[in-house]
Each structure stands twice: as structure tokens, then as C-alpha cells.
Design a protein around this ligand. Sequence first.
Ligand SMILES: [Zn+2]
Ligand SMILES: [Zn+2]
Length: 170
Amino acid sequence: MIGIIPNSREMRKLLTGKGLKPTYQRLMIIDYLSKHKENHLTAEMIYNALTDKMPMLSMTTVYNTLGSLLNAGLVSAITITGTEIRYGFITKPHHHFLCRGCGSIIDISVTCPVAERKVIDGNRVEEIHGYFKGLCKKCLRKRRKQKGPSSCLNSIRRNKHERASRKSTG
Ligand SMILES: [Zn+2]
Ligand SMILES: [Zn+2]
């Protein structure tokens, strides 16, 4: 783990296993993605995170590197937010859940009956992306704590009322 190229052995194996030369850029980017699996990052986020350690890094290099990692199937590109491409490290095929509350993108494993069929109407399926959207469990917990079972507006009214009654009694 010590050294300029982190985790190099494992990541090197991963790259060479897919027929990719383990270049410094590829190693740094795949390593960074593998350590931030839960976030699914944009190319800009990757660039901003690594530019201190790699002063020669450019956005073009980030895009090119991500392109080769994508082709090799080591990284997935998802467009779940509808406004940007987020890159994630792949260990095995999975779907994604976008939280509308906090914007988290969470890996989910759902057994998809379609995934079992490799050919549909004569077309060969190579990738399947499922995008699920809603509220993550953290946001749900927060909301339950803040608002209780009633609506947002009611709880604001209630809080005001409570404050007013506290003032009058205290
Ligand atoms: Zn959330
Ligand atoms: Zn993912």
C-alpha cells in the first residue's frame, strides 16, 4: 500500500488480465475508482481528486483512460442522473439506485430474469443497466425522524405551534 502506485499488484493483475498495459494513469484511475465504489464518479471528480498526485494529468487523459477501462469491462458508465456520466468500478454486473434526496448512487443486486437470456429476438445482449430511483434508507430514516408520519407542511405547522405553546407555558 506504500508507494506512488497504490495497490499496484492487484490492479496490475486486473489490467493485464484484460489485455491492458498497466500504465501509471490506468493504475491510478482504476485504483481510485475501486476505493470509491460507493460514489460512482464523474470524469471531473476523478481529475480533481488525482491532479495533486499527478500534476501532468489532463482531462483528455482521464477520458482516454476511462475509455480503455470501459472497453475492457473494468469500469461501467452510467447515466442515471440524466445530466452526467458517472463511472464505477465493476466487480460483477449490477444495477443502480439513485436517491432523489441526497443524490447517492447505490449498487444494488437484483436478479433480473432478462439477464438470464443472452439473446432476445435474435439480438445478443452484452450489458443490462437497471436504473432505480427513490429515497435511500438514510434519507428515509432522516425523514421519519424529522417529520414523523405526517406531511412536511403539517410538521412545520406543528413545530411552530409547539414553539408557541412552549413559550406561553414556559
Ligand atoms: Zn439519500
Ligand atoms: Zn455500480
